[in-house]
Design a protein around this ligand. Structure first.
Ligand SMILES: NC(=O)C1=CN([C@@H]2O[C@H](COP(=O)(O)OP(=O)(O)OC[C@H]3O[C@@H](n4cnc5c(N)ncnc54)[C@H](O)[C@@H]3O)[C@@H](O)[C@H]2O)C=CC1
Ligand SMILES: CC(=O)C(=O)O
Length: 309
């Protein structure tokens, strides 16, 4: 599968590296308005290929995306320390107008995987500009927040994050919703699992994990300027679900007809992802406060998207 990546900065290059290590692509093409950066990243990633899986890695102009099955959009500006994701919107919407025109000239039918923030609203922007079907314009959404949630829950319970089935819903951002009511470790509700292993999930544990997930990006950006490994791996995971038609349940963002009474809004829910993109959307069991928080998150995202005109 040929994968394009537009935006060869920290996120785009980390996605390329993760794809190369996981064997997620037969060809990767990096595009950036800074061609020297794209060339350097491609050369560096290519040097990891002999330790991983066969894959051609190159840099090029938009023309080089011809035949791409999927293009990751990681171009634009990123948060500065203390800045929130929504504040990037107008700058990154301008970038997408330019970038998506370039991508579609070379690969009109390619699936789009949006990473640039604020990723939910940028997914809606990408849908509007591209005119593609909504199931083929996928935002990475809360795939990263879900990974953070599973990692912290797994640490607390003393199990591998792969054995934790828990999702973060709504916005990839401050209003996101940790879905505790449906969270499982193995097949057990996490509260019951916690009691059985002597690691009860008390209110203070919930608050610590909630803060750990919701504020992760702010902390990491404060410490090293940006986040890239987690999202790079998450993007590669989504690409593999598409490439291998895995029908994996992943929390990703697409424009959704209706959620908690809010219509046509891009946000994350658990969705079945396969070769044709998002195939099915699931609404997990929610506690009352989780449903209200999801409605508030959806309303905020809808208003923000409308404010773009
Ligand atoms: N969805 C998620 O979970 C995450 C999203 N992000 C977002 O990903 C985006 C990229 O972040 P970083 O890679 O850290 O930033 P970065 O600054 O390292 O890379 C951005 C790249 O975009 C390129 N670019 C800017 N305008 C362009 C244009 N018009 N055409 C082509 N290339 C263009 C720049 O030259 C730069 O190389 C940001 O919006 C950031 O907030 C970051 C981490 C996680
Ligand atoms: C930057 C960002 O969106 C994150 O790490 O969650």
């Amino acid at each position: 599968m040929k994968i394009g990546i537009v935006g060869a900065g920290m996120v785009g290059s980390a996605a390329g590296y993760a794809l190369a290590l996981r064997g997620g692509a037969s060809e990767i093409v990096l595009v950036d308005r800074n061609m020297a950066l794209a060339v350097a990243q491609a050369e560096d990633i290519a040097h990891a290929v002999p330790f991983a899986h066969p894959c051609r890695v190159s840099a090029g102009d938009y023309d080089a995306l011809e035949g791409a099955d999927l293009v990751i959009l990681a171009a634009g500006v990123a948060q500065k320390p203390g800045e929130d994701r929504i504040s990037l919107l107008s700058r990154n919407a301008e970038v997408f107008a330019q970038v998506i025109a370039g991508v579609q000239k070379a690969a009109p039918e390619t699936m789009l995987l949006v990473a640039s923030n604020p990723v939910d609203v940028m997914t809606e922007v990408a849908l509007r500009i591209s005119g593609l079907p909504r199931e083929k314009v996928i935002g990475s959404g809360t795939i990263l927040d879900t990974a953070r949630f599973r990692s912290l829950l797994g640490d607390h319970l003393g199990v591998a994050p792969q054995s934790v089935h828990a999702y973060v819903l709504g916005e990839h951002g401050d209003s996101e919703v940790l879905a505790w009511a449906s969270a499982r470790a193995g097949s057990e509700p996490v509260a019951r699992f916690g009691v059985q292993v002597g690691a009860a999930i008390t209110q203070s544990v919930r608050e610590r994990i909630d803060e750990g997930v919701r504020r992760a990006a702010y902390r990491i950006i404060e410490g090293k300027g940006a986040t890239w490994y987690g999202i790079g791996a998450g993007l590669a995971r989504i690409v593999q679900a598409v490439r291998d038609d895995q029908r994996s349940v992943l929390s990703v963002s697409i424009v959704t007809p209706e959620v908690e009474g809010v219509t046509d809004v891009a946000l994350s829910l658990p969705r079945v992802v396969g070769r044709s993109g998002v195939m099915t959307t699931l609404l997990p069991e929610l506690a009352e406060d989780e449903a209200s928080a999801l409605r508030r998150s959806a309303e905020m995202l809808k208003q923000t998207a409308l404010s773009l005109g």
